[in-house]
Design a protein around this ligand. Structure first.
Ligand code: PLP
Length: 382
């Protein structure tokens, strides 16, 4: 199982994705909808097949980051509600109406332009009001929600389908800032209701919020990273069981026994220290999401055994060393051969390399690791 044209690929386990989606669905009450976040091509996993699997497993709505991501889902035939998690440039209001995409809205100018575009087609544009309760990213300031709604609500081309906020610290237990944001959000929702305005669906929980803060599931939860089998923080691990969905693999395209002292890769940053070592090449590089700062830091799996990556990672390829005489954990049972499968992320035998292990080496989070591998590698769905 590998693509015809290149010996490197991302494997997406749709069975694991379905089970993860069902696990989140079980956390939600009967009146709480699940909105699956499939931005950045479903965190690198492929938005269209993922959205179909999630819908079959109980999701009713979807969210993306950009208008183009929303249009791509519509062009693939996905007809379920789609929210854009930001307010895009005003010039794209016609595209939003044409493709029935709901933006997050927080300025009157954008909302009125959207209403005009919809009214011109005798349609009503649905939007969600984004409220900044303390993350200082996007949204209308919490004290201005009623005024904004009063400025735009006269428009026959507009309908408020939801009111949302986003937490900066939902992954921390007993956090004072989280409590503050939640209180401000509740106050904003109360203010809207007090003014006789329809809030639409009220929602604020992301993955860690959904797992750790069931008290604010409200009408809908926006679940992202957890669907892909990744924990947003250590504190969610004991609360929900998830399976990683992505594996990253390649095949050995060349292997030799270099001379002692030979250098490997740009800058020759690693040199062969002993006789009887192999150096093998795999066609995955930093343009595929294998960050260059992992050079000479990471392991790969071959035949269930860890091997050290060596030399600087190139744009499209990397090398690893097979040390037949090395410490036991790095010793393969046989020499590596042309065509052998190499695992960069995922399981092989009893060994596993996780997105968290790679994130730690890169000084980042698992979210970024999987997004990056989605950029260029062909995806294979299993
Ligand atoms: C990305 C995002 C989410 C999903 O976050 P996860 O931590 O991946 O669950 C939810 N809401 C907003 C506004 C987002 O930007």
């Amino acid at each position: 199982m590998s693509p015809a044209n290149r010996w490197s690929w991302v494997e997406v386990n749709l069975g694991a994705l379905r089970r993860n989606t069902q696990a989140f669905k079980r956390l939600l009450g009967r009146d709480t909808q699940m909105m699956c976040v499939v931005k950045a091509d479903a965190y690198g996993h492929g938005a269209v097949p993922c959205a179909k699997t999630m819908h079959a497993a109980g999701a009713s709505q979807f969210a993306v980051a950009t208008v183009d991501e929303g249009v791509a889902l519509r062009e693939a035939g996905i007809e379920w509600p789609i929210l854009i998690l930001s307010e895009p440039p005003v010039d794209c209001v016609h595209t939003l109406v044409e493709h029935n995409l709901m933006p997050a809205v927080y300025t009157a100018d954008f909302a009125l332009a959207l209403g005009e575009a919809a009214a011109a087609e005798n349609r009503v544009a649905r939007y969600h009001l984004a409220v900044d309760t303390g993350m200082t990213r996007i949204g209308v300031r919490r004290d201005d929600v009623v005024e904004l709604r009063r400025t735009i609500d006269f428009h026959r081309g507009l309908e408020c389908a939801g009111t949302l906020t986003h937490f900066a610290t939902a992954d921390v237990l007993d956090d004072w800032d989280f409590a503050l944001q939640l209180n401000r959000f509740k106050e904003a929702v109360e203010a809207l209701r007090g003014a006789g305005l329809d809030t639409g669906l009220v929602h604020c929980d992301n993955t860690p919020g959904t797992v750790l803060h069931p008290e604010c599931h409200f009408d809908m939860c926006r679940v992202g990273v957890g669907l892909y089998g990744l924990h947003p923080a250590e504190v969610t691990r004991p609360r929900i069981s998830l399976e990683p969905v992505m594996s990253v693999r390649g095949r050995v395209v060349r292997v030799i026994y270099p001379n002692v002292g030979d250098g490997v890769g740009y800058g020759l940053t690693w040199r062969v220290p002993r006789k009887n070592m192999q150096v093998a090449t795999v066609p995955i590089g930093y343009a595929d999401g294998l960050a260059r700062e992992l050079s000479n830091q990471m392991d790969v799996l071959v035949g269930g055994v860890r091997c050290r990556q060596v030399g600087n990672i190139c744009m499209d390829q990397f090398m690893f060393a097979v040390d037949v005489n090395s410490a036991r954990s790095y010793r393969p049972t046989r020499p590596v051969e042309y065509g052998d499968v190499v695992t960069i992320i995922g399981a092989d035998g009893d060994e596993r390399i996780t997105a968290e292990e790679m994130a730690e080496l890169r000084n980042t989070i698992n979210y970024e690791v999987v997004c990056d591998f989605g950029m260029r590698l062909e995806k294979i769905y299993t």
